[in-house]
Design a binder for this molecule. Structure first.
Ligand code: ADP
Length: 657
């Protein structure tokens, strides 16, 4: 048996921090690696020592095996934990770690390779008597052949990168005329994300649930499952909420799925922690989907119902120890639910967001555990996965776990970067979620909307923006308890224009005394009195005498106001914006920062509504820019390969100028 002394985590963010905490508890030395973009993130400080491995793009840093191994040599690390994503399921990397004389905290390169492609994994499952979703393996990868096979299977069909993971690069095709664009886009994404353009196709199931079984196995032939997780709440084929146990699974089905998972693990002589994923249809048929030969993001929910630290077990198994736990002697305790806090805009099709974290208050509750990658001041870039934190609630029952999660989400305040916090709260409060009437398409079809800001909070939010904008323009010392720059003269016609999403407000205001401001928006008028609590917090009292505490953060004329659990993003518009300049700025804009990967039109092209004009890539995801209407392109304002910022004009139409 080999004993690990110093563990290098070949990963970043919350997962690196999460692994360090177990390693430290076990008395191991810890090594972090970081890219130029991540130098100031908390995980870098959570290790004993940290090594810079390269520039921001993952290909030059977290995917650079040579740089990772150099870091191990430099720091004397004797083991490498790959975390999830990046090189965690890369057999060649595992092999390189072993060849360097280090311990790989994960399965053998052979097991990784056996499950390395969806194509091989499905073949193996079938050979061992498991059901898989009907589909084709795409021997001939030409677009024509793939289209023909899809038509033969009957639409809808889902195309997946055979070497894929993380829900990336999957394309669902409902209509024959969408086949060519979808297949070509899927191939491009597959090649870029996984270095392999091979696609497989499958019948697209209408309302399946995603159920997966956690596996642990040692090198001595012992293998156990650690119960199941349900991860049916997904967007873009990526999990958003995960729970254990799966609430509606019958004991019979649970036993059958666990047995199937054990069969797969045994078939590839698996060692370590792994997850076998299934889709379960409405008639209780379950289909093997894939096996993930690594730790999963959602491992925390299993830990919380079993009391087992999966990272510790992984480390012990990698050292060659005998498996210490077995499902047969464990009774799951209560219910655990995890939700993933993403930097994204649910209201804009879950587009990734970026920015600087201006304020962060995390919930502090005994039954909630948080793995978080950011702190106030952290930069959230578009280079990596947009997950910011995992919020994991535990309760004696599922109902209590939901209540705990909801309470935690309410306590969370994150300003400066758009995120899905309010959306998550709406999701876990939805009756379909409460009764577990969900399936993998539910989130995007039944789409619970984030609760709109109550109208009673609009005026105080706008008042806070007015207050702040005046404070910053007056350059006043922030620590005074009142609003010092307010003068007692009335600004009868003072006004500002503030935007909230697509809404525009013309806010008229009047300074009443040094602490009181009166504002009018359309027909509504109200007086507010302010008291500064600290740098970011204000107490705001309305005319009825109701006092609330607001957190306000500002960057580049954008104001983030958190009031009574709701966060609004408000933009102060330039004072005298002429309609002409608005028109000049017209055209199609980039919805997120990213890179232009293809341009399909040029000046003069006649387009029809919905036609793809350009494809952007951000956070490894493609975003099609489509024509909002019929017309003629007058200008293509961004070239292929160009980096664009959110809001930058990409394409103008004849009638924009
Ligand atoms: P990845 O390796 O990228 O995570 P999976 O094969 O595990 O890909 O699938 C991820 C998710 O995509 C599933 O949880 C499910 O939501 C969706 N999905 C996969 N296959 C199908 C299918 N045949 N029909 C409908 N949805 C599917």
């Amino acid at each position: 048996m080999k004993t690990i002394k110093t563990l290098l985590v070949a990963n970043r963010g919350e997962i690196a921090s999460r692994i360090f905490s177990t390693a430290r508890r076990m008395g191991l030395g810890t090594v972090a690696v970081f890219s130029d973009a991540d130098e100031h993130l908390p995980f870098v400080r959570h290790a004993d020592v940290a090594v810079r491995i390269g520039p921001a793009p993952s290909a030059q840093s977290y995917l650079n095996a040579a740089a990772l191994l150099r870091a191990a040599t430099l720091t004397g690390a004797d083991a490498v934990h790959p975390g999830y994503g990046f090189l965690s399921e890369n057999a060649a990397f595992a092999q390189a770690v072993l060849a360097a004389g280090l311990t790989f905290v994960g399965p053998s390169p052979k097991s990784i390779a056996a499950m390395g492609t969806k194509r091989e994994a499905k073949r193996l499952a079938v050979a061992h008597g498991l059901s898989v979703v009907p589909g084709f393996e795409g021997g001939d990868q030409s677009t024509t052949a793939l289209s023909e096979q899809a038509m033969a299977l009957t639409l809808p069909v889902i195309f997946k990168p055979s070497a894929g993971g993380g829900g990336k690069g999957m394309h669902v095709v409902h209509r024959a005329e969408e086949l060519v664009v979808a297949i070509e886009s899927a191939k491009r994404e597959a090649l870029r994300a996984f270095g392999d353009a091979t696609l497989i196709g499958e019948k697209y199931l209408a309302r399946p649930r995603h159920i997966e079984i956690q596996i642990l196995a040692d090198a001595h032939g012992n293998v156990t499952h650690l119960f199941e997780r349900e991860c049916s709440v997904q967007r873009r084929h990526q999990k958003v909420i995960e729970e254990a146990p799966a609430f509606t699974l019958s004991p019979k089905l649970r036993a059958a799925m666990s047995e199937a998972a054990l069969t797969i693990a045994r078939a590839i002589s698996y060692v370590g922690a792994g997850t076998v994923e299934f889709l379960l249809d409405e008639n209780e048929n379950f289909y093997f989907c894939e096996m993930n030969t690594r730790l999963q993001v959602e491992h925390r929910v299993t830990e919380r119902i079993t009391g087992i630290d999966l990272v510790e077990e992984q480390i012990r198994l990698a050292q060659g120890e005998v498996l210490r736990v077995s499902a047969s002697t464990l009774t799951p305790q209560g219910h655990a639910i995890e939700c993933r806090l993403y930097a994204e805009r649910p209201e804009a099709g879950f587009l990734p967001a970026a920015g600087e974290v201006l304020h962060l208050t995390l919930p502090r509750r005994p039954d909630t555990l948080i793995d978080c990658s950011i702190e106030a001041g952290s930069a959230v870039s578009t280079h990596y996965d947009p997950m910011l934190a995992k919020i994991v609630a535990h309760g004696a029952t599922r109902e209590l776990a939901i209540a705990e999660l909801r309470a935690s989400l309410r306590e969370l305040t994150l300003l400066g970067v758009d995120h899905n916090g309010a959306f998550l709260e709406a999701v876990v409060s939805h009756p379909d979620f409460e009764t577990n009437q969900v399936h993998i398409h539910w989130l995007e079809s039944a789409a619970p909307r984030p609760p709109a800001q109550p109208s009673s909070l609009l005026l105080p939010s706008l008042a806070l923006v007015v207050l702040h904008s005046r404070a910053s323009s007056a350059h006043t010392a922030p620590s005074r308890p009142v609003v010092p720059h307010f003068r007692n003269n009335a600004f009868a016609d003072a006004f500002v224009e503030i935007a909230q999403g697509d809404l525009r407000f013309r806010v008229q205001y009047q300074v009443c005394d040094s602490r009181t401001l009166s504002i009018r928006v359309a027909e509504q008028a109200q007086r507010f009195t302010f008291l500064r609590i600290d740098e970011e917090r204000w107490s705001i009292e309305d005319a009825l005498g109701l006092k609330r505490t607001a957190v306000v953060a500002v960057t580049n004329e954008t104001y983030f106001v958190s009031l009574a659990g709701y966060t609004s993003t408000l933009r102060l518009l330039p004072r005298f914006q002429s309609s002409q300049s608005q028109q000049q700025a017209g055209g199609l804009i980039a919805p997120m920062p990213g890179k232009v990967i293809s341009v399909h039109v040029s000046a003069g092209t006649q387009v029809t509504k919905g036609q793809t004009l350009m494809v952007l890539e951000s956070m490894k995801m493609e975003q099609r820019i489509v024509a909002p209407k019929e017309g003629t392109v007058s200008q293509v304002a961004a070239r292929e390969g160009a980096q664009v910022t959110a809001g930058q004009v990409l394409i103008r139409f004849g009638d924009d100028a």
